[in-house]
Design a protein. Structure first.
Length: 202
């Protein structure tokens, strides 16, 4: 068994964004983090992380309330943010490399409330003119929905606690922290579920 067999040719890549609001047509991506997974001994685990700070695109609206929640300081000289097209290009290159090494024909986004992150990534691709997005355009693996079924709760912090995973609320709303917790939650749910059983169609 491998990723291609387990997920029908798709490579699961865990993603988390911090943004300047909830509207992907008006608010910018401010942080993008991803976690890549590995398949070993019939189980999945974390292989590595990458994270980027993103420069807000021209004329983007940033809700002050969002900055208060995330604690992002856009004027921090150590932030070293990059243009969103550069970030997406680097991110997608890593995804394609992982797809190739795992024998997958496409990636599928794993995220907590995944439609939010997918919507922002798709909107950024349109805005920057990026045509080759390696992710499925509308399918996702949403850990909020999976956790609601597995543990009876869809909030990331509580789902982690119910799964026996630690969660530091002081580190929450940082893309690099949230993506790592989401990845561990996803791995645990997949590994607890086990390998799929194909029903007899007769």
């Amino acid at each position: 068994m491998n990723f291609s067999d387990r997920f029908r040719g798709y490579l699961p890549v865990v993603v988390d964004l911090e943004t300047g609001g909830f509207d992907n047509t008006a608010n910018p991506i401010l942080e993008l983090a991803c976690t890549f997974l590995q398949w070993q001994d019939e189980a999945i685990s974390i292989a590595g992380h990458s994270c980027w700070n993103v420069t807000p695109y021209a004329n983007a609206y940033i809700d002050p309330a969002s900055l208060k929640v995330t604690g992002i300081d856009l004027d921090d000289p150590t932030r070293q943010a990059l243009d969103e097209k550069v970030v997406l290009g680097e991110f997608f290159k890593l995804v394609r490399t992982a797809m190739k090494s795992n024998g997958c024909h496409r990636a599928i986004m794993v995220a907590h409330n995944a439609s939010f992150d997918q919507g922002f990534v798709n909107a950024a691709c349109v805005r920057t003119g990026i045509k080759r997005n390696p992710f499925h355009p509308f399918s996702t693996l949403d850990t909020a929905s999976l956790a609601a079924v597995a543990y009876g709760h869809n909030v990331l912090s509580e789902a982690c606690r119910r799964a026996g995973l630690s969660f530091d609320t002081d580190k929450a709303h940082s893309a690099s922290y949230d993506v790592e917790r989401t990845a561990r939650l996803f791995c645990q749910m997949v590994n607890e579920w086990g390998l799929p059983v194909v029903a007899d169609s007769t």
